[in-house]
Design a binder for this molecule. Structure first.
Ligand code: ARG
Length: 463
């Protein structure tokens, strides 16, 4: 075949329209599958030789040719021709040009339909490992910061209103938990996708005696797929993978949103290193958290990929349709954006300083100890609902008298509202006292956080 010519040019008259060439091609974006395509082809060729469908000499030529092509692509010497449509055809045509007739046997018992489904699974297995490694790096950065701020106290918010005091470490470890779920979700995704469709052909399998178990095993798959019709069109793993990316993006967008707020003059909780800020072309004083804003904004691209992928799958007629070619655009986009965001988040976390003095100075505001005071009353036998009302009354009294915190009330003032309140109440008030007294597993006090930091350090060592 001449360069740019395809085997079906015997079937279709004339060449395709120029517009059609550009419209149908995926080579511009699926060339990044080349390593996996070539690995799949080598496994397929070895199986063809084992089954006597090609000779040992042909296998040797095919392998040598494919490895040379891999090398040419890696070094940038390979000339891509979009008329070849996709990476599968480009590699095959190059092989035929290189080794002649033996190359024409490579596609025996194979269709691009089972080929691309295999390639994408192989690619995704690797991509998941890369993403997991970046997630682990980000977790490690958060744990390191959590260790540094295991004792320091900050307000926890609900409804963006001051709620209860927690250690900064507790706040940071909340993201480590989210990322741990993301990591294991990717692991589950990998387990489910790790089955081999190769040998399913175009849709119905093959009349040739292919050894599907052999190719699956040599490509490191845990099993083969068992229905050829489903095998060529199953892209559940793509939707699942992009969903995994979407939740990672969601978690990062929450961190980004918090830290954008924390970096404002109004909060003043953190200082992000200059290297991760930009300034304004007009206002000379500005230090803008653009990287965090972009992490937040890029979430849209990942969600867009998920909706794009799910929409491709909706109401698709049975088995392979060319719609599926678009899967890769969404999968690659989600993977690339997520990878970039996780790495950027890691760098920012590593280079951010919590302004502990400023945070501590503000802790007197917001009655962060109100819940703990109600629980103190529970300890004295007051039913919680009554305790809630008593403390609510005391908070209102503080506000009336211009007092910012409960501990500024005299004991007699408290006793006037509730007789069981004693001098020991002052021990449980104020944020540091509250944090010290947290007793439940998983609570935001320093004891639990020190234990959790220890746990995560060990856990992330193995990961
Ligand atoms: N480039 C195609 C894709 O990504 C490969 C499969 C094409 N199969 C076909 N029968 N036209 O899905």
């Amino acid at each position: 075949m001449a360069q740019g010519e395809k085997s079906w040019e015997k079937r279709l008259a004339g060449g395709p329209d120029e517009l059609a060439v550009d419209f149908v091609e995926s080579l511009s974006f699926d060339r990044r599958l080349y390593k996996h395509d070539i690995a799949g082809s080598i496994a397929h060729a070895e199986m063809l030789a084992a089954r006597g469908l090609i000779t040992r000499a042909e296998l040797a030529d095919i392998k040598k040719g494919l490895l040379e092509i891999a090398e040419e692509i890696a070094s940038g010497r390979f000339v891509f021709d979009k008329r070849q449509e996709d990476i599968h055809m480009a590699v095959e045509a190059a092989l035929i040009a290189k080794i002649g007739d033996a190359g024409k046997k490579l596609h025996t018992g194979r269709s691009r339909n089972d080929q691309v489904a295999t390639d994408l699974r192989l690619w995704m297995r690797d991509e998941i490992e890369i993403l997991q490694a970046y997630l682990t790096d980000l977790q490690r950065a958060l744990v390191k910061q959590a260790e540094q701020y295991a004792e320091e106290i900050m307000p926890a918010y609900t409804h963006l209103q001051r709620a209860q005091p927690v250690t900064i470490g507790a706040y940071l470890l909340s993201f480590v938990e989210m990322l741990a779920r993301d990591w294991s979700r990717l692991k589950d995704c990998r387990t489910r996708l790790n089955v081999c469709p190769l040998g399913s052909g175009a849709v119905a399998g093959s009349t040739l005696p292919l050894d599907r178990e052999m190719t699956a095993k040599s490509l490191g798959f845990a099993d083969i797929t068992y229905n050829s019709i489903d095998s060529v069109s199953d892209r559940d793993f793509c939707a699942e993978f992009i969903f995994c990316c979407s939740l990672i993006a969601a978690h990062l967008s929450r961190l980004a949103e918090d830290w954008i707020l924390f970096a404002t003059t109004e909060f003043g909780f953190i200082r992000i290193a200059d290297a991760y800020c930009t300034s304004s072309s007009m206002m000379p004083q500005k230090r803008n958290p653009d990287m965090l804003e972009l992490i937040r904004g890029k979430t849209g691209s990942v969600y867009g990929a998920l909706v794009g992928m799910l929409t491709i799958l909706k109401a698709q007629p049975s088995a392979y349709n060319r719609d599926l070619q678009e899967d890769k655009l969404h999968v690659f986009r989600a993977a690339d954006v997520t990878e970039a965001c996780v790495q950027m988040a890691r760098a920012i976390v590593e280079h951010t300083v919590f302004q502990t003095k400023q945070i501590a100075d503000g802790l007197d505001h917001g009655f962060l100890d109100a819940t703990a005071m109600a629980e103190y009353l529970v300890g004295k036998g007051v039913p919680f609902r009554e305790a809630h009302g008593i403390v609510g009354t005391l908070v209102a009294q503080c506000e009336k008298e211009g007092k910012v915190k409960l501990s500024q009330l005299a004991l007699e003032q408290m006793q006037a509202v509730c007789r069981v309140i004693d001098r020991d109440v002052y021990d449980v008030l104020d944020p540091a006292g509250v944090c010290r007294n947290y007793k439940t597993l998983g609570a935001g006090g320093p004891d639990n956080i020190r234990a959790q930091v220890k746990y995560w350090k060990e856990k992330l060592k193995e990961q």
